[in-house]
Design a protein around this ligand. Sequence first.
Ligand code: ATP
Ligand code: MG
Length: 891
Amino acid sequence: MRTAEIKRRFLAHFGANGHTIVPSAPLPAIEDPNLLFINAGMVQFVPFFLGQRTPPYQRAVSVQKCLRTPDIDEVGKTTRHGTFFQMNGNFSFGDYFKEGAIRLAWELSTNPVDQGGYGLDPERIWVTVYLDDDEAIEAWQRIAGLPADRIVRRGKLDNYWHMGIPGPAGPCSELYFDRGPDYGKEGGPEVDEDRYLEFWNLVFMQYEITDVRAKDDFDIVAELPAKNIDTGMGLERIAVLLQGVDNLYEIDETRPILDRAAELSGKRYGEKSGPSAAESHPDDVRLRVVADHVRTSLMIIGDGVTPSNEGRGYVLRRIMRRAIRAMRLLGWQGPVMPELLPVARDCMSPSYPELAAEYDRISTYAYAEEEAFLATLRQGTTILDTAVAQAKQAGGTAISGDRAFQLHDTYGFPIELTLEIAAEQGLDVDTDGFLRLMSEQRTRAKADARARKTGHVDLSAYRGVLDAGGPVEFTGYAEVTRETTVRAVLDPTGAALPAAGEGTSVEVVLDTTPFYAEGGGQQPDTGLITTSGGQVEVVDVQQPVPGLTVHRGRVVRGEVRPGDSAFAEIDVRRRRAISRSHTATHLIHQTMRNFLGEAATQAGSLNAPGRLRFDFNTPQAVVPTVLRDVEQQVNEVLLDDLEVRAFVTGIDEARKLGAIALFGEKYGDQVRVVEVGDYARELCGGTHVARSTQLGLVKILSEASIGSGVRRVEALVGMDAFGFLAREHLLVSRLAELYRVPIEQVGERVEQTVGQLRDAERELEKLRAQLVLAGAAGLAEQARDVDGVAFVGAEAPEGASANDVRTLAQDIRAKIPRPAVVAVAARSGGKASLVVAVNAAAKDRGLSATDLVKGALSGRGGGNADLAQGGGVPADQAPAVIAAVERALRG
Ligand code: ATP
Ligand code: MG
């Protein structure tokens, strides 16, 4: 059964049983700052489980795109872990519970194929339950007729679910399928998790817990009033079972990628491995890694993430690099993505047709990233070659751990390649040193992660405030002041205070507020909150949890208490300047798309008072004339005096209107649309001006690359734009005055001046070189006797040409009547070069210019016994190179 069909049946089964079919959220769409990618089907329903929002349905079903980076090292080594995978899930919000979940899962798993089920053999299914969950055991026996010896009780580590924070929790029950003796030892899931493959996990959310100290250590405080069901079935894992293949990488959605990779690298997949994971040959593991990672890259870029050096973009970069590297280790030297990505597209587009429609955009990023990585590999190879040469010259036998780590960390150069290349050169690598540095780095990363976790726990205090009073209404679209009430006063860690006196830093929560919390790229409002007892100066406004607006600032007068009446007023001038920037961003975004096509999608933005930053995805640099055209069109549009309107409508309606939505952003059913006349229409929660003329003027300052495929435009708006132009005009006027020419001629005059200056510098250089050549006689006099040979070692002046250097060496040699060796080094363009001249009397003593140059430059150089030259070492090695020639004379 094909994977797409398994997915269809899952949705159909639960759809027929009263579940609303909810589409997968995009991979990067998460409100949780601790998660980079969605990693389970329940993530998009978290606010329902936490009771923060009321679900519009009581039963839901989804097939969620998931990514688990912690599983990256398992890929290919176990039979059952992918980085990207799909999780089928059914959810009940206070509706059916254990019995319903078990019945629905059992029916779908074991119903015959011709009746819409998966037709698994009931005799081969095992289940696990939490230690004391007799209710679940009873249900499994009654509904499924499972014998007691195929129901295994397991502890909290395996069979208890929670989110690591105070909140809902509960026991789980997992379904396993026995794949038979070929795959491992008998005895159930406790004995062998590869033979007994977990394919479905049912979570019974029934308790509230607090004080989570560890995965298996927390306090249960109450039964949940409304019990929930959350299940997850790995789509790929059930596909393994229904397609009768050995592992996740051999199902229909990945096998063609694996086969193509094997074909390219001339390997025969499976030839040297047994059926169980432990018996895998390293080449087969690599082929699985390639298949998994290429598919994962496709899915990530498909959801709008582009490669970069941090966050999600870095995960993508790492995964792509692993795939390319694995292909190199398999022996394939050609391009990887252009060969394999189209295969992945064909595998996945039956379930995700948008991948085919957007393949141009996706492949542009993937191919560009591969080229960039190959350049890195080349650069790394050069550095490694130098390290090899140095190690050999110093008589060493190994590349240092430092160097290997630097190559890995700074240049992304894989340690496996370092080992391989070093081995070819007959050298070792200090892997112990390398591993030590790696583990130090990991410790640092872990400490970071812990610090972030603490932030996580803190959020629960904010959640408490939100739960107690509901979401804070924002009234700032329509008004700039508001009479309201102080709901809570918090200290900077989120802990509630009974009162805060003058001088304290506080966070104030109001019942309603005109203050805009930072979000969607728009900077927060600032202003004043005056209460019955005091006053707070607000410097920042944030939403630590969605729905809860927190005003951060300092009590400047009196005392502030929860329950006080309050008058909130924002800094109107600042707000207006921010709104102008935000509207200008929409106009620039739309205009960029007009000129560059729809692929120019927004990647980030900043709307600050009077200035904006707009990042967008595009594989090529933007030609300067396009930027000028964009700027001109934006200014024309704002002079058209278009009305700016905002309204709330259904998401489908908004799409029909052609409103721009952002990639990877998750939108609810109801969305806010902001339109500037008929020119630009975008989903947006920000504040804007009322008419486009209020922008006054937009001036684009610059455009630059900020990572592969992402470009940044910066612009000024309103008086800030005017001020900038006025200052530039003043500057040009001053130049015109200095040159005593009309403004139009300033450019020409500057060009002339620069040209003249350059000519003068060249002339100067020539004179300097001549002067030094004239010094040949002086240098000849300074000859030192080295073992009976007159030796002159000197550096040519900067700017001397290669010709000058050779002439200088020959001139010096001609002035010495005894056996003589002359070594002249020169620096230019960051490199040092060396010329050695040897006279006939010295040659008679067996000295040769070529040998001396090659000896000093580890083989790099050429010429004859009289005169030879070489180069290519860093400039600061010039003195060392001269010294090496002198040493050779002694030797
Ligand atoms: P395992 O112990 O095998 O790693 P898990 O306990 O991490 O699994 P859950 O978090 O319970 O898995 O996820 C629910 C289901 O999602 C699992 O039963 C499995 O079918 C599937 N699943 C989990 N991780 C992966 C993965 N990396 N690749 C493919 N499927 C997965
Ligand atoms: Mg796992």
